[in-house]
Design a binder for this molecule. Structure first.
Ligand SMILES: Cc1cc2nc3c(=O)[nH]c(=O)nc-3n(C[C@H](O)[C@H](O)[C@H](O)COP(=O)(O)O)c2cc1C
Length: 241
């Protein structure tokens, strides 16, 4: 089984998203699947030009020559797509959206009904599979992922892929601070690893593993105080009020 992971954080391996993605991918590999990871920050992916050349002029092939030339055929042949992104203003990061817009060559210009909804058929060269979201955010509540989650689920319906779940880590500044200080957050990394092995061995991730990854680390009141203290310290360190 092949998985493709896309890390769309500008912080790449040093980010909060990667802190969850890394053990998740280790679990996937441990269970015997092959994983290839890509970083949007290292790739040249232009914006879709909207000319629909990939539908009518050169069916299945984009008119632009950039890193999508290598990436898209890999995506078409992978059973598992993992989109890893921080929440930026209630959604995925821009480079990931650019990349996803460029998957249009995988579908045809025709329309079919799927579950009573008009959809574009998937080209035969693209194998069916799953999509998993890995995300982190700065604010306290897990509902900060809702707009992104809904978007990813809509993408799954659009490209006829199964939504196989999401690894979501809220209040990341506190999470990072606790992890750096060696405070007890290892269960979160362990749950991410388990989610990876479960996905490959059982075809789905347990709700318990996903709940552990998202678990509350401190009260909302404490988080407000923690963030405001941190913000003041950072401003002062820069000579600002
Ligand atoms: C431009 C920008 C926009 C952000 N928007 C949100 C947001 O809408 N909601 C939220 O909870 N966190 C938001 N954050 C915080 C990030 O989601 C959070 O720090 C995340 O863990 C960063 O992941 P990374 O370290 O992998 O890049 C934003 C951060 C940046 C830089």
């Amino acid at each position: 089984m092949k998985a493709i992971a896309i890390n769309a954080s500008p912080k790449m391996d040093k980010g909060n998203t990667a802190a969850i993605l890394k053990p998740f991918l280790e679990g996937i590999r441990e269970a015997g699947a092959e994983v290839e990871i890509f970083y949007t920050s290292k790739m040249k992916i232009n914006q879709c030009q909207g000319d629909l050349a990939c539908w009518f002029k050169t069916p299945g092939k984009c008119s632009q020559r950039d890193d999508m030339d290598i990436f898209l055929p890999k995506l078409a042949k992978a059973e598992i797509w993992i989109f890893a992104t921080p929440v930026y203003v209630d959604g995925m990061t821009g480079p990931l959206k650019n990349m996803i817009d460029r998957i249009l060559p995988l579908v045809t210009p025709f329309v079919e009904l799927r579950d009573g909804h008009s959809r574009h058929p998937i080209r035969e060269s693209t194998i069916p599979g799953k999509i998993i979201l890995v995300s982190s955010c700065g604010l306290w509540e897990v509902d900060n992922f809702d707009p992104l989650l809904n978007h990813i689920k809509a993408i799954c319906r659009n490209v006829k892929r199964e939504f196989a779940g999401a690894l979501l880590r809220p209040h990341c500044p506190a999470f990072k601070s606790m992890a750096d200080k060696g405070e007890p957050v290892n269960d979160i990394f362990e749950a991410a690893r388990e989610a990876g092995t479960q996905l490959i061995r059982e075809g789905l991730m347990s709700s318990q593993s996903l709940a552990t990854i998202s678990r509350i680390l401190l009260s909302l009141d404490m988080y407000e105080q923690f963030r405001n203290r941190r913000a003041q310290e950072a401003l002062s360190a820069m000579g600002n009020k």
